[in-house]
Design a protein around this ligand. Sequence first.
Ligand code: SF4
Ligand code: SF4
Length: 131
Amino acid sequence: MSSDQTCTQCGRCCEKWGWGQRGVIEDLLPWLEENRIDILQHVSVILKQKKPCSGKDISKKDLPVVIRIDYWTDKDGRALNYCPFFLRAADGKVYCKIHHTKPKICIGFKPWNEGIRDYALNCPACRNTTP
Ligand code: SF4
Ligand code: SF4
């Protein structure tokens, strides 16, 4: 099956899979360098032998001891069951408010490439898959 199908920006993938995901160090680096508190405040980070903290409370020097990164939390560190950067615009399409610096897991997520049926069957860009 082709992997170059056109995304309709329906937002189903972000609604269903855009939270409860794990991050990587490479995500944090640009956010820390650019002081993206707007993003970091929604990230849960565990440093080696420490309790979970907010991404806004760490610095680049902590990166070598990061052992876990979770998306997303509210400003008080409570896990969210939605992505805070999900925006459904007046045109009905969904836009990512941090598109140019979104996590690697979002960049690499292509429902039509996933082997799990549930992904593809909920993506309208995947209608030529065999159910
Ligand atoms: S960060 Fe952007 S691409 Fe990732 S789940 Fe949220 S809205 Fe979707
Ligand atoms: S579910 Fe498919 S069509 Fe909808 S936004 Fe995600 S990739 Fe695009």
